[in-house]
Design a protein. Structure first.
Length: 188
């Protein structure tokens, strides 16, 4: 098997400048589907030379994960035939996977107010499982920014504005009790 760097060089030599530029673009999957089913005709019209990413992936698949996964396979096959590079599948997920039948959670700001990183971790595990079921490998959550300005439109997707709320909420394996975490990080 070739080394990844050689594979990349081979691929870059094979695809056109337009195909390379298209790797920087993204479209909604509804632009290449009809009622949640892949449409080669629509795909040819929107992305004749491939595309780099599908955003809001699960939105057109009202019949759930099976329909989304089937379309994922068809979309990937089409894109790989076009330029040899698999498309990145991304989905919104700050309050759960935005998809039919997916689990809905409180906004991360509310989750952070519990000061229980285990809950945030469990939410992440569910998001990962549900995202993988439809082929989404990039989830737009958690938003690890510290909310410094309440006028920012995505404050509710963050874990808050304090310097301890974000790292505490994102800690994968909490090592301390809730009380110990608060006492330890509340120092100036």
């Amino acid at each position: 098997m070739k080394q990844p760097s050689q594979r990349v060089l081979d691929l870059l030599a094979k695809i056109t400048l337009e195909e390379k530029a298209n790797q920087l673009s993204c479209v909604l999957p509804a632009m290449a589907t009809v009622k949640g089913v892949f449409s080669r005709e629509k795909a040819e019209a929107v992305m004749p030379n491939g595309i780099g990413r599908f955003t809001q992936y699960a939105t057109p698949f009202l019949k759930g994960a099976k329909q989304a996964a089937e379309a994922h396979n068809e979309l990937q096959k089409y894109i790989i035939e076009k330029c040899g590079v698999p498309v990145i599948i991304q989905n919104e997920s700050s309050t759960g996977l935005v998809a039919a039948g997916a689990t809905i959670f409180p906004i991360p700001l509310s989750l952070a107010s519990t000061m229980d990183p285990i809950l945030a971790n469990r939410m992440g595990q569910v998001l990962t499982k549900e995202g993988r079921a439809i082929g989404a490998k990039v989830m737009m959550s958690p938003v690890a920014d510290v909310a410094r300005d309440s006028r920012w439109g995505r404050v509710g997707e963050t874990f808050g504005k304090t310097r301890w709320s974000v790292p505490v909420s994102l800690r994968k394996k909490p090592r301390e009790s809730r009380e110990m975490t608060i006492q330890k990080t509340a120092q100036p």
